[in-house]
Design a protein around this ligand. Structure first.
Ligand code: UDP
Ligand code: MG
Length: 326
């Protein structure tokens, strides 16, 4: 591994979010270093301490003394895995960013395989834990979620949840990710034109500590799928989306207005006429409300980084990643 000193010399940034992983962080850095030692590229490792309450930060500080290409970022409190990854992206200087979990479940030995794919011209390479070492109760909802994300976004991956991924850095720097959106980076980045592929990777059971997620992750992931689909589908033309929603209310308002006129003409009871009038008025208000939301949506979208990001095509010459085994 060639330790990175200046921003120009860094080609690959390895970003790892860590929350109470004091036992894992040392072995992790060792195995990353071993995995990339023979690759003729300069690497940096960015360890993001997501507000750990154990000795994770102390470990990171002593590792930074031992490894010149290692930098640490510390959050004052726990902000979540997505925020930790985004902070890593912001500080990453490499042309390529690799992410992986800090609990030794991902195998750094797979990093060269991901880099090979990037060198073929892909913008995002996602790991696929084909032989996943987690309990069935975790694997099953994850399969359903992967199927739903693939079907709704059109970016077909077997394993969105795998943290081991490589990105051309431009793909992720423009993503304003929040909440727990890290699982959806490939789908969001595909909006900018990113070419996405996947490779099979190793996966191991957790050796130290405990998973940082409980059963409620299932609900969060499914609500995120809904939110992400809204972002992807509506972000280019919110007014169009809201206008589509307004159309049924428009027709209902016309229908109720006609019915109220009919009640007067046919001499039905006066109560019925005012009911239809009221219903028609409510539908008109809904139409106006939805159109206003669409206009506000347009204003939000016009200032959003995501909708303005367009990945430029990359020439073969620019793909300068070489994997030369010494
Ligand atoms: N993590 C984090 N902040 C959090 C939760 C998790 O930085 O709020 C890190 C965690 O330390 C690990 C990675 O994200 O490096 C994945 O977490 P975990 O292993 O608990 O997830 P699981 O493997 O159970 O999906
Ligand atoms: Mg884990």
């Amino acid at each position: 591994m060639n330790a990175a000193e200046t921003s120009e010399s860094v080609q690959v940034s390895i970003v790892v979010p860590l929350y109470n992983e004091q036992e894992s962080v040392g072995p992790l850095v060792d195995s990353i270093t071993k995995a990339v030692r023979n690759i003729d590229l300069s690497f940096e490792i960015i360890l993001v301490d997501d507000g750990s309450t154990d000795r994770t930060w102390t470990m990171i500080e002593s590792l930074a003394d031992a490894y010149p290409g290692l930098r640490g970022i510390k959050f004052r409190r726990n902000f979540g895995q997505t925020s930790a990854m985004v902070a890593g992206f912001e500080h990453a200087r490499g042309w390529v960013i690799v992410t992986l979990d800090g609990d030794l479940q991902n195998d750094p030995a797979d990093i060269p395989i991901l880099l090979d794919k990037i060198s073929e011209g892909y913008d995002i390479v996602s790991g696929w834990r084909k032989n996943r070492q987690d309990h069935f109760s975790r694997v099953l909802p994850s399969r359903v979620a992967n199927y739903m994300i693939s079907a709704t976004t059109g970016v077909r991956l077997h394993d969105y949840g795998c943290s081991l991924k490589a990105y051309r850095s431009e793909c992720v720097k423009s993503l304003n990710a929040y909440g727990e959106m890290h699982r959806f980076f490939p789908a969001l980045a595909s909006m900018t034109g990113a070419r996405v592929t996947e490779v099979e990777v190793n996966h191991y059971p957790r050796q130290y500590g405990v998973s940082k997620y409980g059963f409620n992750r299932i609900f969060k992931v499914f609500s995120d799928i809904f939110a992400m689909n809204l972002i992807i589908k509506f972000s280019s033309s919110p007014l169009k989306g809201f206008t589509l929603c307004a159309i049924p209310f428009f027709f209902l308002s016309v229908l109720f207005a006609l019915l109220s006129v009919l009640t007067v003409l046919l001499g039905w009871t006066p109560g019925k006429g005012s009911f239809f009038m009221l219903a028609s008025g409510l539908c008109v208000i809904s139409v106006i409300y939805l159109i206003i939301l669409g206009v506000l949506g347009e204003l939000v979208v016009s200032t959003s980084d995501l909708t303005h990001a367009r990945l430029p095509e990359i020439s073969k010459k620019e793909i300068y990643i070489r994997r030369e085994m010494k």
